[in-house]
Ligand binder design. Sequence first.
Ligand SMILES: Nc1ncnc2c1ncn2[C@@H]1O[C@H](COP(=O)(O)OP(=O)(O)OP(=O)(O)O)[C@@H](O)[C@H]1O
Ligand SMILES: [Mg+2]
Length: 423
Amino acid sequence: MEKENLYQAYQDRLHEAIRMDERACMQRRNGEGTKAAASFREAAALYADAARLMVELIDDCAAEELADYQKSVDRLIAVSRQMKDLAEEAERQASGKPRESQGRTPEGREKVPQREEGGEEPGFTPVTDGKEVRFEDIVGLEEAKQIVLDEIIHPITYAEIYREFKKSNGGGLLLFGPPGSGKTMLARAIANEAKLPFFSVKCSDIVGKYFGEAEKKTKALFDAVRAAGNAVVFLDEAEALACRRGGNSTVMNRLVPELLAQIDGFDKFEGHVIVMFATNRPYDIDPAFLRYGRLATLCYVPLPDYPVRLALIRKEMEGRPCQSDLDYGKIARETRNMSCADLVNLVNKSSLRPINRTIRHVEAGDKEWKDRITQQDMEDALGCMQVSVDQEEIRKMEQWMVKMHLKVPKHETGLEGGSAYAV
Ligand SMILES: Nc1ncnc2c1ncn2[C@@H]1O[C@H](COP(=O)(O)OP(=O)(O)OP(=O)(O)O)[C@@H](O)[C@H]1O
Ligand SMILES: [Mg+2]
């Protein structure tokens, strides 16, 4: 077979394997043990076949790619074996025999996850660093806040009213937007306003170097969430964890079905669990996460427009010694395309020169001297700043929003225009 055809055949086989694997997980969740066992066996055969095709591809690969290809083969074979184990486990369950695995007590109750010999304790606990963020700390983002109130906070605080109006809710939330626009801040505020424990996780907390580690940690995370009863689970940098399947990474190809299964598992859970993902690259998220009942609410966290920049600069300047004639409007006009994080940074940098001037005076013996931030300090700091947001990324994000039938923000034209949104 030609190399291209071979690669296509490999990709097709891997896709089939993942689909079958997902189906098997679904059947297992629905208690269809015999069907799940058959699907796991079929998935095992498909993964093994993908490994065989990958071996054929090795014949033609460049020397520097050899190690990666071999690793992929090893992983595919390991996944295939794991599928066989899962098939046996599903068969055992279907026949009513007790499980041999460590997951249950002799009475059949789920065991609290234990640290394995030599293994690392996954240990997911809610974040309690005292940095409580409230909604009013977040400048702007009015539309995002309203979506969050309607879909997340009010269904908890006014559950009775929602029930009366038969407003269905549930499912998670995808916060997407450029870096530094306030996604993490918003997620923290949600946890705080909803008065729920906040589990915050990044890709590096989940993906490890051992086979199966990522799935194990994902399970440990959601076990901890279920144990908490009510909670917010926040997956930051979600494009890394929930990326589209079908690539060469078998870790991700295994992790995504596990994550989907865990999120689906909250359907019948009696506690109140909110799953939130945040990303700068929503177009890289596997579309399966965006289906109804999963991350049903898509919430754009945009760059600040003029009024928001002005308000944020004012807020950040509050309480700092500054001259009374500062022209914040000018600074807000000149910081178009900057993120909120850039603006916070700008105000911080503006303080540095007056701090140094004050130190010089104090060192010269004038202990009472206190310098102030001047317009020049702010403009000099602005001159040294780089805009951290790539406009090309924003364009890609907007194209994705059009594809998803979401409202795309109107680009700022006038300098002091009102809303940044198209109607
Ligand atoms: N809307 C906002 N109001 C006030 N401060 C903000 C806002 N957005 C961002 N900030 C400031 O910028 C910092 C970084 O914001 P945050 O971490 O929430 O951004 P992010 O969108 O999660 O970025 P990334 O995509 O890089 O993770 C915050 O700690 C806060 O100081
Ligand atoms: Mg963030």
